[in-house]
Design a protein around this ligand. Sequence first.
Ligand code: ATR
Length: 273
Amino acid sequence: MTDRYAVFGNPVRHSRSPDIHHAFAAQTGDDLVYERIEAPLDGFAEAVAGFFDSGGRGANVTVPFKEQAFALCDRLTERARQAGAVNTLWREQGELHGDNTDGPGLVADLRDNLGWPLAGQRLLILGAGGAVRGVLGPLLAERPADVVIGNRTLDKARALAERFGGAAIAVRGCALEQVQGRFDVVINAVSAGLHGEMPALPPGLIAPGAHAYDMVYGAQATPFMIWARQQGAGEIRDGLGMLVEQAAQAYRIWRGRRPHTGPVLSALRSPSR
Ligand code: ATR
């Protein structure tokens, strides 16, 4: 029987997860279907229960349901607990399990695909929402020299810095317009970057040749990517690689095999699609 998977979100029609998982299945020779399910904003728990009750094998969760998915789970991995959010679900012996593969996906893209070092680097993260909470633990595990979280709402940046900072690595929260320093790696997770404008930031934050990464992706360069270029960043990338890597990690959880991500990422980027 064909195994069923799905991504839950609202909206979800633009999700590229089905393409990615179908490409993985073609590679591994697995028989599966992966669909998009737009759960009602007040009906996520029911939609998930219905999916697994009817034989669904695994699910991904995207905006705005990752925190609700976290709350629903009977069992959580350590990194999901740390993130306070879940993007990968499966059921075992009647219990709902949750993991968060966003952080490992981001780190795999930065470190393994792009070859950007994180250890010993000065890291600036823009934004302090769910996306940042989901990736901070795995980023810190790479041992950057220090981390600044810049956010429009100072309290949220400070709360995250307090939650994740420790004796080993200093994590500081700041208001966006007060960020100071020169950073080797800048990661954007301000969701306004998707369609709006870049929030105002002081000049001179990007060290010459530094790396800039936008966790969102799109057909064109995002406002953050344009800003990073103007500020002198060396390499600048969007978040498509992170999307493919987090999917590969979910695939391995569900099916015990880790697909090759390189060909899938190249196919998604190719202009013929
Ligand atoms: P996500 O899951 O994408 O992180 P979120 O939790 O709603 O979504 O967080 C959105 C992030 O984008 C927050 O850091 C938010 O800043 P605030 O914490 O101050 O709300 C940021 N953001 C959204 N719109 C913004 C804007 N116009 N200017 C600056 N920051 C913005």
